[in-house]
Design a protein around this ligand. Sequence first.
Ligand SMILES: CC(C)(COP(=O)(O)OP(=O)(O)OC[C@H]1O[C@@H](n2cnc3c(N)ncnc32)[C@H](O)[C@@H]1OP(=O)(O)O)[C@@H](O)C(=O)NCCC(=O)NCCS
Length: 186
Amino acid sequence: MTTAHVAPVRTERAPARVRLRPTMSSDLEYVLSLERDPVNLPFITPWERTQHEAAIRFPDFRHFIVEGGEALEAVGFLILIGCRSPHQSLELKRLVVQDKGQGYGRAAVRVAKKIAFDDLGAHRFWLDVRTHNARARGLYETEGFVHEGLLRECVRGAGGFDSLVVMSQLRSEFADRRALGLELRA
Ligand SMILES: CC(C)(COP(=O)(O)OP(=O)(O)OC[C@H]1O[C@@H](n2cnc3c(N)ncnc32)[C@H](O)[C@@H]1OP(=O)(O)O)[C@@H](O)C(=O)NCCC(=O)NCCS
C-alpha cells in the first residue's frame, strides 16, 4: 500500500495543497463521473469500470485519488503505469481535476513526480497530451517535461483525429529542478 503524500505548492494565484491516496472501489463512481464529464471528454479517452478496477489491483499500476482543499476532499484522480517497468520508464497515464484553475493540477503533478522518482525509482517519467489541450501542455511544460515528439492523428477526437504530444522528464532533469528548489524535497 502506498503511503499518502502531501504537497504544499504556492502558485501566483493561490496556494494549493493536495494529498494522494490509493483509490478504492468505492471511489470509482466519482472517477467515472469525472471521466464522463463533458468538460473533460475532449482531453481523455474514458475507461470502462473494469479497467479502473484492474488498475487498482495490478502492481504495475498506481491509481490515486487527489485530495485537496481545507477538508482534503476528493478533487480529482491520477493514474501511473509502468511502476514495475524493468526500463524504469513510468507513465503519467491520466490526471483529471474536478475544479480547474485552483492549482490542484500543478500540485498533483509535483507529488506524482516525487512518487515516480523517489518512491518508484523512475529513470524516465513520461506522458502524452492532445495537441489542443493548451492548459495541460502549459502545466507540463512549466513542470519541466520536455517535448519528445508528435504522434500524428492517433486518437479519435470530436472533430476527427487528434495528435498527441509525447513529453518526458528524466531523473537527472528532476534532480536539477530539485536543486533549484522547483520540486518537493526528498
Ligand atoms: C489539465 C488539468 C489536470 C490541470 O489541472 P488544473 O488544476 O486545472 O491546473 P492548475 O490550476 O494547477 O493550473 C495549471 C497551469 O495551467 C495554466 N493554464 C491554464 N489555462 C491555460 C492555457 N489555456 N494555456 C496555457 N496554460 C494554461 C495555468 O495558468 C496554470 O499555471 P499557473 O500555476 O502558473 O497559473 C485539469 O485542467 C484537467 O483535469 N483538465 C481536463 C482533463 C485533462 O486535460 N487532463 C490531462 C490530460 S493529459
